[in-house]
Ligand binder design. Structure first.
Ligand SMILES: [Zn+2]
Length: 321
């Protein structure tokens, strides 16, 4: 990925701008870079980067011709395999390190309530988990890696950042209001990727977070303990059982996600069912109230026009249905 160079070299480059060719290589704070005649530059480490973050893992998957799995590096598309990978057909179990000694740190992309989990929902698959946030909240990389994609997505993700990690897993951060990283940037766990939002096929601000391996979605809860905000186990056994049948990326694009329809359906059900209220007692929290009344925090917030951070006055009548 080439970048436009700063002004210091412009004059020099202008003099020689007869078509694009490499003019020079210089050392920079980011590493050695090549300067081209069309005022662009590229890190030497990016030239010819094929997207393979871990040779060992890649060789395991690519050596067996019965898999024929593809993984390349592309900043323009969500899925790099041209949608041929079907990991539900895996024959072996591959032992993957979620974190190695250099990249073991994990950070929740956003510390919010889970409003929707991975799985089959209303006739469709929800390929990630939804984390409640407000537009403008900071979204962070959960593991270290390299930004493969950071742009507007027509498929429904809205503003989307995809980070490829050193074990070959990718994480998706969707519906962002603002993108704050460029493709090919190396990020560490906890680095800011963008601001949460409500872009694409989304009703209400939230982060749609996915974990994928060679384009196929994995339930993030196979790896992440969402309640404790930690990695469950540094060992991930990749086998066909953790991929749903036919979990090819072609099944996805956002029609596999229910954001838009889900909210509409919930609203319809609510309007036909009896309203129910709950009087706030001393020591009550929204999560306790939600659990007691078999509903969700976001639903209570929606019904009462409050935020998760709203202080609950004792004695207040909260609508819970
Ligand atoms: Zn979602």
């Amino acid at each position: 990925m080439k970048k436009v160079i700063g002004t210091s070299l412009l004059l020099f480059i202008y003099t020689f701008s007869f078509g694009q060719f490499a003019l020079d290589t210089i050392e920079s704070s980011q590493g050695r870079m090549v300067i081209y005649s069309d005022r662009t530059w590229e890190l030497v480490s990016d030239i010819g980067f094929d997207g393979i973050m871990n040779e060992q893992v890649y060789n395991l998957f690519s050596s067996d011709t019965s898999y024929n799995f593809v993984q390349t590096w592309d900043n323009e598309v969500c899925f790099t395999s041209d949608r041929v990978n079907d990991l539900s057909k895996l024959k072996d179990t591959v032992w993957l390190c979620v974190g190695d000694s250099l990249h073991s740190k994990f950070v929740m992309p956003f510390d919010g309530y889970i409003t929707s989990r991975y799985g089959f929902r209303k006739g469709r698959y929800h390929n990630g988990v939804d984390i409640n946030l407000e537009t403008g909240d900071t979204v962070r990389a959960c593991w270290s890696g390299k930004v493969r994609y950071s742009k507007w997505n027509e498929g429904g993700f809205g503003n989307l950042v995809i980070v490829r990690h050193y074990n070959g897993l990718e994480t998706f951060y969707a519906h962002l209001s603002k993108l704050l990283v460029a493709p090919n940037t190396e990020v560490k766990a906890g680095d800011v990727l963008g601001l949460g939002g409500n872009t694409g096929h989304s009703r209400g601000s939230h982060l749609h977070f996915e974990v994928r391996f060679y384009d196929a979605p994995i339930n993030p809860e196979e790896i992440i303990d969402l309640a404790n905000k930690t990695v469950k186990d540094q060992n991930l056994f990749v086998h066909k059982g953790i991929f749903r049948p036919g979990a090819k990326p072609s099944d996805y694009y956002m029609q596999g996600d229910g954001h838009g329809t889900e909210v509409a359906t919930v609203a319809k059900v609510a309007s036909t069912s009896a309203k129910k209220y709950y009087r706030v007692k001393s020591g009550d929290t929204l999560s306790q109230i939600a659990a007691k009344n078999h509903t969700t925090i976001s639903r209570i917030c929606q019904l009462n026009g409050i935020r998760q951070t709203t202080t609950l006055q004792i004695g207040r009548q909260l609508r819970v249905k």
